[in-house]
Design a protein around this ligand. Structure first.
Ligand code: AMP
Ligand code: MG
Length: 491
């Protein structure tokens, strides 16, 4: 546990040292109505050595509710642009988030303290600069759930609520989320300087990212192409992980793509309940641009936007080579994750078919993605064994039987032992994920000022692979009301 107080947090504000064109310096706008603590995440506090008891102080609520600063903070809104749904938007930027500063810990790491919902900035366009309680709860819980699943992501320290009214499709209350990441630089941060033909800024940005986040590339011969290749690799791995766990980002615009390969900007997103390869989690995504099965290709498309933006710094052929690496990297990573989900220790040619057929079975039966994978851990591989409980998830039982024969043979071929395999599978097939209906229930309670469910879900999802007694209900498929909750862009 850390021992730092809010006043003794140390900062090393590297982004604020970049040219002024990179940001706008300004302070958060306090809520018009007094702020209160909604939830606090000890795991994130640890990252900056913050003493956990600090959350009980009114200064904590003031600081992360936008009404107080420490002298070492240098708040600013970052500038960026990006491709939204395929269309270039020349200027976006932090319209409602403010980077308070970069906190350093005893290990010498820097963490951006990014306050979302902190009020208007010069980049707010038509927005009000606020975030609603509903969306901060979604981001807070999901980012921590993703982290516990081993998926690179921004983190979340706290939610501070208020009774300030915020107008979306209906009147809601405003809240601020304190988000943390080693950097919030996006693909779109590069794009803006490219499209504005500010190539010197582009170079400064690339050097900054290399210096602070890819320091092993400082002396690389073709360092900007090498940087790109690393971003390609991280993005491929990231999206493979989303796919394996059955999660989709609802707004994969290039302004929401992290240069560090983190899951960034949780607006509409979703873990699938019933498996559906064409799953669209964003109600406003009418054409399914960001459908689940499109996400790997969108990753490539977004990377090609980044490559374009890097053209003034690197040879076209080198960038193209980096881009060409994406699909093979993605496929290799995805296959290896899916093999682990199947409990396979070796890699064999037939595995691809085994994976594809299993997904086909899930799709045909609208089977629950998380539950079936978890139950597959209990598969009995002995000759002539029946797997009745598992079988019941499938509508086409004969097809399942045929698949089970193949799977059992494959397992026997590598001398897999049922009990060992189950243990290994339970470490990769989560029991608990942030289903939409679970977060919806927590939101509805929070809107009545009961925040206990948020903390309960946070604790649960921080151990997604562990059976937690008394929490069985949280692993259940959605009740009827929670099956097709629509999640829009409004947040
Ligand atoms: P998002 O879709 O949340 O990633 O946001 C896209 C852009 O819209 C970013 O520049 C955001 O800062 C901005 N934005 C979203 N909501 C608001 C808001 N309520 N007020 C100001 N800017 C916003
Ligand atoms: Mg965004």
């Amino acid at each position: 546990m850390g021992d730092r107080q809010l006043e003794t947090l140390t900062f090393h504000n590297t982004y604020a040292r970049l040219p002024e064109a990179f940001y706008a310096k300004l302070n958060p706008t306090p809520f018009s109505s007094s702020p209160y603590l909604v939830s606090f995440n000890a795991a994130a506090a640890d990252l900056i050595d913050l003493d956990l008891r600090e959350a009980e102080r009114p200064e904590f609520t003031a600081l992360f509710g936008g009404s107080m600063l420490t002298p070492a903070m240098e708040p600013l809104a970052m500038l960026y642009s990006g491709h939204q749904f395929g269309v270039y938007v020349p200027q976006l930027g932090d319209g409602r988030a403010i980077l308070l500063g970069e906190a350093t810990n005893a290990r010498g790491e820097r963490w951006d303290l990014h306050l979302k919902g902190a009020g208007m900035t010069p980049f707010s366009r038509d927005g009000d600069g606020r975030a609603v309680l509903r969306s901060t709860i979604r981001e807070y819980l999901c980012s921590e759930a993703m982290h516990a699943l081993g998926i690179p992501t921004t983190r979340a320290l706290s939610i501070i609520g208020s009774d300030e009214k915020v107008y979306r499709e209906q009147v809601e209350s405003g809240a601020m989320l304190l988000r943390m990441a080693p950097s919030h630089v996006r693909f779109g941060t590069f794009e803006i300087f490219y499209y504005r033909r500010q190539h010197e800024h582009l170079r400064v940005l690339a050097d900054y990212v290399i210096d602070h986040h890819y320091p092993h590339l400082r002396e690389a011969p073709d360092k900007y192409a090498a940087l790109f290749a690393q971003v390609v690799e991280r993005t491929a791995r990231l999206i493979a992980r989303w796919q394996a766990v059955g999660w989709a980002h609802g707004v994969m615009n290039t302004d929401n793509m992290s240069i560090l390969g983190l899951t960034l900007d949780y607006g509409p997103f979703g873990f699938m309940d019933d498996y559906d390869a064409g799953f669209i989690c964003n109600h406003s995504d009418h054409n399914g641009r960001y459908a689940f099965n499109q996400q790997p290709f969108i990753g490539l498309w977004n990377l090609s936007c980044l490559a374009q933006a890097l053209l003034p710094l690197a040879e076209k052929d080198a960038l193209k080579e980096g881009l060409d690496g994406y699909m093979p990297l993605f496929e290799r990573e995805y296959r290896s994750l899916m093999r682990a989900k199947l409990g396979l220790a070796d890699a064999r040619d037939q595995d691809e078919e085994l994976i594809r057929d299993f997904l086909g079975l899930l799709q045909g039966s609208h089977a629950d993605y998380t539950i079936v994978w978890r139950e597959l851990g209990g598969f009995l591989s002995g000759r002539g064994m029946v797997n009745d409980r598992l079988r019941e998830h499938f509508l086409n039982r004969e097809r399942f039987d045929a698949w089970a024969v193949q799977y059992a043979e494959r397992l026997r071929a590598e001398r897999s032992r049922d009990d060992d395999r189950q243990q290994a599978m339970n470490r990769v097939n989560p029991k608990y994920v942030l289903r939409n209906y679970l977060v919806q229930a927590a939101i509805e309670k929070a809107q009545q000022k009961d925040f206990a469910e948020i903390d309960r879900l946070l604790a649960l999802l921080q151990r997604p692979y562990t059976d937690q007694p008394g929490m069985e209900g949280y692993a259940a498929p959605p009740p009827n009301w929670g099956k097709h909750l629509s999640v829009s862009c409004s947040s």
